[in-house]
Design a protein around this ligand. Structure first.
Ligand SMILES: [Zn+2]
Ligand SMILES: [Zn+2]
Length: 138
């Protein structure tokens, strides 16, 4: 596949994705709503060794996932853009915030997760598989 690149709003953090995505998901959880200031986050899960990030304004907020395990949210401390997340429940995966891609035209969400907290004004498009919480592993 072609390599994908992205950056934060101020441009001080850049990244490159060199691996095939493992999953794409829209997350409606309340933490993503707060972290993005929006209705949901859009995510591309890629193998961590296929995700290369650069920039000295990268900060981390250690969050707790639904599982009770740690989740590290990486963001730009200059402009506030969320860049990616690492979850202890998904070791070896970098979950990139797809809105920061330079070219978002190829992004298509495969699933919706945490639909239990989906905002009421969002209508189903009927094209994705929706899970009330985190889908079962495997
Ligand atoms: Zn920035
Ligand atoms: Zn979420």
């Amino acid at each position: 596949m072609s390599e994908q690149t992205g950056q934060c709003l101020c441009g001080s953090i850049h990244y490159k994705i060199t691996a095939e995505p493992l999953l794409t998901a829209v997350c409606h959880c309340t933490h993503c709503q707060k972290a993005t200031g929006s209705a949901y986050s859009i995510n591309i899960g890629v193998p961590a060794d296929g995700f290369h990030v650069d920039g000295d304004t990268l900060s981390t907020y250690v969050d707790k996932g639904d599982s009770g395990q740690d989740l590290r949210r990486y963001f730009c401390n200059n402009c506030g853009s969320p860049i990616y997340t690492e979850a202890d429940v998904m070791p070896g995966m970098s979950i990139v915030k797809a809105g920061t891609l330079d070219d978002t035209s190829s992004f298509t969400p495969g699933i919706n997760i945490f639909c239990q907290s989906k905002m009421a004004w969002l209508n189903d498009n009927g094209e994705t598989v929706d899970f009330e919480q985190m889908p079962p592993a495997g």
